[in-house]
Design a protein around this ligand. Structure first.
Ligand code: ADP
Length: 259
């Protein structure tokens, strides 16, 4: 029975992982298809514009390739190692991707506190989390509205945010001016496969993945939502107190493997 239980748990983990990857992969494919489609429509337009759309498609494809590489590395049982990440830099580096993912009708405001602490997480998972939140925001706004991404250093005291330990956290928030969540949706939002979106559009895995990521990283995720006004999803990640290790070899080989 022990072994059976372990097997069931393993299958569950594999199911969640594959579903999660399919979700991210879908987002990336949407960028590729969008870029190619726009390029096709503008074939007779300015060359620069066509080129820009093709470059977007190319970047989406490159990210998808990186994702499958990570899937393969998981299959080989190489765990993803967290590393010291500067959230300001990571989020700042995503602005082009976010612009394209969200389209022209969503206005994006980025507000990154200059002194944002470093965190110790898997940078790819954090990027995927932010893309997922942005896609959710876009869906909630029906294509038009305002999206704000902000980072802030926060001191959390006991029982203030979920059940995370008191301490220093970086809060990364994504705020939209969308439809908001009624209580019965908010209650179930983190459940794997819970979705209110039509079949083929939603997988119900975005927020559950983010929940898993935040918890595995020693943090939390919180939702603040008002129907008809909008939603803020905040990811709390513990401040990294670890000094960056001075191991150029390890850093270089990891970079080669990832890129
Ligand atoms: P999916 O986006 O595939 O449905 P998620 O786990 O990301 O899966 O989200 C679950 C549900 O939570 C969504 O179907 C939607 O009803 C709700 N939701 C998520 N983000 C937002 C948001 N920013 N505004 C309103 N509702 C949201």
């Amino acid at each position: 029975a022990e072994a059976q239980l372990r097997q069931v748990q393993k299958m569950e983990a594999v199911g969640q992982l594959t579903g999660g990857i399919a979700h991210d992969f879908n987002n990336m494919l949407a960028v590729v298809v969008g870029g190619v489609d726009l390029a096709r429509r503008r074939l007779n337009g300015p060359r620069r514009e066509v080129m820009a759309h093709l470059n977007n498609a190319m970047e989406g494809a490159t990210r998808a390739a990186a994702l499958t590489r990570r899937l393969l590395s998981f299959a080989r049982s190489e765990p993803l190692l967290p590393e010291r990440v500067e959230p300001r830099q990571l989020v700042g580096g995503m602005s082009d991707l976010l612009d394209r993912t969200l389209g022209e009708r969503v206005r994006i405001k980025v507000d990154l506190a200059a002194d944002t602490w470093p965190v110790y997480v898997d940078p790819h998972q954090l990027e995927n989390a932010i893309v997922n939140l942005a896609v959710n925001a876009r869906d909630a706004m029906d294509g038009a509205g305002r999206l704000k991404i902000s980072t802030a250093n926060v001191k959390v005291s006991a029982n203030e945010v979920g059940d995370i330990r008191p301490g220093e956290y970086v809060r990364i928030s994504v705020t939209d001016t969308g439809c908001g969540m009624p209580p019965e949706v908010k209650e179930r939002a983190f459940e794997p496969f819970f979705t209110t979106k039509p079949v083929g559009k939603g997988t119900g895995l975005g927020l559950s993945q983010i929940f898993g990521f935040a918890h595995q990283s020693g943090g939390e995720v919180g939702i603040d939502s008002q129907v008809g006004k909008g939603t803020t999803v905040s990811i709390y990640l513990p401040r990294s107190s670890v000094q960056p290790p001075i191991r150029l070899h390890a850093a270089t080989s990891r970079m080669n493997e990832e890129e």
